[in-house]
Design a protein. Structure first.
Lengths: 260, 344
């Protein structure tokens, strides 16, 4: 599946300041694109435009050559899955029921998920190591478990492009690592992922490509170790950042440290 | 939800038991066995067009009381209880809030005003239902719009605007009572607003059943999808739900059920809050199980309440008074618990 974002511009209200200014990029199978940029730069707005929740002022979002605005919601749900930053359900549905909500796009109008869908949900949950939570309430599990539940829901949705708005933002150090690891392992299955984050270390570690945004514009796009330099970080966040390499055994990890 | 089948079967057995016991309530004593025979006889005669039936071992009086007095009343109690409970559970899912009920949204007061207005101008039974529906719908949309315009984008905004809209229609109803004929219309409106099934007749069952079923069937068929309205708008849409359309269908169906209930039985509050809450505790949060269990439990609950209403005192106690006595404590409990009903 190919995603093409072409010259996308968007502003809230007709006279509002532009949130997205002429954003273009494309993504194909197996890419993990991490979006970096300060708060309010338009990452979430960009995702909302791609998902078809917002109508851009100009420009297009194309999936396999067809504008997302021309797809029916149900068709689009088979192509794009969305994982929100925080999950605040109104009721304490069980984890299994919450995961099963993801299959709705594959059901007829009046259909209920059958045994086959339930088995599929359970096997995905098993792969993610959360099958023991099936009958627990979705409000009563930890933040890390909840993100894995949302990931399971996105997988059963059978979409090949996953859009994640800061999936690890509300998690502690350890859980953020675990969740990001699970997420990026999906790349082997051919998923394309768009992930926004505030943590540049995540970009080094998990991205195949990084897109840096400032003031609604893309200012850098490419391989993280090439694109994510101290200069770019300074331009994005207005602080001095040192990029260093940590060697553990044979592995090399790049990390960012604010200095001064 | 494990063991749902067994728990649901128990609920159905309870429903049948309460349904039959309800026939024994009243001054004229008729045995269970006679009641069952009369009901089976009537059923067989209706199905076969009168060519078959049981041999009559009961009096004509007994038959009249069972079929023309008790059956319509019990059937209406079951219908209204089911309708209000399902409407309540649906509104709760749609507004993502377990403390919402048809009363709180102004649907009942709106429908009450509509019905009082129709009684005042001397309209027919159909017109009363229709007027109740239109004003019930108007009240819900008004409540919802005000809460959407509010800067406080929370439950509080919804509850507060519900109170305002409710009191607006309440004063409208008071005004109608003021100008209504003191001897005939005023007692009719007042007594009926308190909620009662005492004047229910055979034709009322059908007149109530039709709009209730028109509202109930679509909601029952779409009940899996209502689950998705309980997560955020963005998530529901990303999972393939046309949220605007679904919300619209749910709101119209739930309001129709509420209005049809108000038209036949007056204002019976709290059921839409209490019954779904108890069902959430027993049957879980999934609307697939929640709505059918709320329907049966609501029907059972109102049949029991109506039995108390007609036997506890020498004169009938209005149903609305009894349901408030049960509903208020449950609502207080919900406020203290922060509105979450959950077991695990």
């Amino acid at each position: 599946m190919n995603l093409d974002v072409k010259n996308l511009s968007f502003s809230y209200g007709s006279k509002g300041p532009g949130v997205l200014k002429d954003v273009s990029f494309s993504a194909s199978s197996g890419e993990i694109i991490v979006f970096l940029g300060p708060n309010g730069v338009g990452k979430s707005t960009l995702f909302r435009c791609i998902l078809g929740f917002l109508r851009p002022d100009s420009g297009q979002v194309l999936i396999d050559g067809k504008s997302t605005l021309d797809y029916k919601r149900q068709e689009l749900s088979r192509l794009l899955a969305y994982i929100p930053q925080s999950y605040s359900p109104a009721f304490n549905h069980s984890v299994l029921d919450s995961v099963l909500m993801g299959v709705t796009g594959q059901l007829g109008m009046f259909e209920m998920p059958g045994k086959d869908k339930e088995e599929k949900a359970l096997s995905v949950m098993k792969e993610l190591g959360i099958e023991n939570l099936a009958n627990r309430g979705s409000m009563k599990i930890s933040g890390g478990e909840r993100q894995l539940m949302l990931l399971a829901r996105a997988i059963v949705q059978d979409a090949s492009l996953l859009i994640m708005d800061e999936p690890a933002a509300n998690l502690d150090f350890g859980n953020a690592f675990k969740v990001m690891k699970r997420v990026t392992e999906l790349r082997e299955k051919g998923y394309t992922m768009l992930i926004s984050t505030h943590n540049p270390d995540h970009a080094y570690r998990y991205a195949t490509r990084v897109i840096a945004m400032k003031d609604g514009k893309v200012i850098a796009d490419g391989n993280p170790s090439v694109v994510l330099t101290g200069e770019i970080m300074k331009e994005l966040y207005s602080i001095d950042v040192a990029v260093s390499t940590v060697n553990v055994g044979k592995s090399e990890y790049k990390v960012c440290t604010p200095v001064g | 939800m494990r063991r749902y089948g067994l728990k649901f079967l128990l609920l159905i057995l309870l429903f049948i038991a309460v349904f039959l016991i309800s026939f024994l309530m009243g001054r004229y004593e008729i045995s269970v066995w006679t009641t069952v025979k009369i009901l089976i006889d009537a059923l067989v005669r209706t199905v076969t067009g009168g060519s078959y039936g049981l041999s009559k071992t009961w009096s004509v009086e007994a038959q009249t009381i069972v079929l023309n007095v008790r059956l319509p009343r019990i059937a209406c109690a079951a219908l209204v209880g089911a309708a209000l409970s399902v409407a309540g559970a649906s509104f709760q899912g749609m507004f993502r809030n377990p403390m919402v009920s048809p009363d709180l949204l102004g649907a009942s007061t709106g429908a009450g005003f509509g019905a009082a207005l129709a009684i005042f101008i001397g309209a027919s039974y159909y017109a009363i239902t229709f007027s109740a529906f239109i004003f019930g719908l108007a009240a819900v949309f008004l409540t919802y719009s005000i809460s959407r315009l509010s800067k406080i984008k929370t439950t509080l905004a919804l509850v507060l605007s519900g109170i305002v809209v409710g009191s607006l229609f309440q004063s409208g109803t008071s005004f109608i009572k003021l100008v209504a004929d003191q001897d005939s219309q005023l007692p009719a409106i007042t007594y009926w607003l308190m909620g009662s099934l005492s004047s229910v007749k055979g034709r009322d069952v059908l007149l109530c059943a039709v709009p209730v079923l028109i509202g109930l069937i679509p909601i029952m068929l779409l009940r899996w999808r209502i689950n998705l309205l309980t997560v955020s708008e963005a998530e529901a849409r990303s999972m393939g739900i046309e949220t605007t359309t679904l919300r619209f269908i749910v709101i119209v169906c739930a309001t129709l059920m509420t209005s049809a209930s108000v038209a036949v039985s007056g204002m019976i509050g709290w059921i839409g809050l209490v019954v779904p809450h108890c069902c959430r505790l027993i049957y879980g949060q999934n609307y697939r199980q929640l709505l059918p269990s709320s329907a049966i439990a609501g029907a059972t609950f109102l049949m029991i309440t109506d039995n108390i209403a007609r036997t506890a005192a020498t004169s009938e106690i209005p149903l609305g008074i009894l349901t408030s006595l049960i509903g208020a404590p449950v609502f207080i409990y919900l406020i203290i618990k922060g509105g979450t009903a959950s077991e695990s």
